[in-house]
Design a protein around this ligand. Sequence first.
Ligand SMILES: Nc1ncnc2c1ncn2[C@@H]1O[C@H](COP(=O)(O)OP(=O)(O)OP(=O)(O)O)[C@@H](O)[C@H]1O
Length: 301
Amino acid sequence: MTPQTQTQTQTLTQTRPVPARTPPEVVPKLRLEGVGKTFPVRAKGRGRRGAPATVTALQDISLDIADGEFTVLVGPSGCGKSTLLDLLGGLTTPTSGRILLDGEPVTGPGLDRGIVFQQYALLPWRTAQGNVEFGLEATGVPRGERAERAREVLALVGLTGFEDRHPHELSGGMRQRVAIARSLAYDPGVLLMDEPFGALDAQTRESLQDELLRVWERTGKTVVFITHSIDEAVHLGQRVAVLTSRPGRVKEVVPIDLGSRTEDEDVRSSAAFAEQRHRVWELLHDEISTAQRQEREPSTA
Ligand SMILES: Nc1ncnc2c1ncn2[C@@H]1O[C@H](COP(=O)(O)OP(=O)(O)OP(=O)(O)O)[C@@H](O)[C@H]1O
């Protein structure tokens, strides 16, 4: 190397920009950006100046949900919780704002999101195993693999030994476990749950809450869970997003810290539980009164 080229090389080395060491931005699993949803409604006459009447179910909802996080949405009746879950599921589209899943806009339903509703919607003529396999049939998973996958997820929700039972031979809690297993079968990253335990008796509800927490811990799914129950919200959520009365907006997101919730001890009786429950109750209280007033005024219902 000539002295000249040596100098050039040194200069090049010295002036080459050092690559920026900024940490990569963590993309949330789900991002809601200013999401709003308005429905046209049939009303006597029309809105102001002849405009079609509408109801604004949700307004300017912004929320990031991290991968693997368990988020609970609570809010008074009619505040738009189910509407929000439908939007996340891609069953409807926002009127304003947008929803991103892994950084990509949600444009419709997809196997990357499993949905569980309050009503199990199981096929009565199929066994538990058949119901779980049903969802996989449409995805082209080979028969042998379907059967194995169905057995695995039924085991995950504690239904080993009940694979051959039909829905009418199962209790309400077991049926809901089958519905959860069905939504887990195609291994979605996100589980969207709309009051899944709302129709169950108190004891079954509590045991399914514990079961769900175990499934969540084992699978690492991102869960978005809707409930009317403050106790359920505080028991399950790592964060509880409290929505306002309609139009639903995020009033506050309450972080919940109860330590491990799957140990045998009765976390629901702890002082920490009572304290965090009270915080959510305080936030909800006024919203429930407003929602009840709205319900008494048919023009706004
Ligand atoms: N398809 C629709 N057309 C017109 N209005 C709708 C439609 N879906 C929902 N709404 C209205 O949007 C508002 C929010 O409804 P939504 O069912 O999302 O509330 P919610 O919080 O889930 O209620 P609840 O807790 O009682 O189940 C309500 O006023 C409802 O009447």
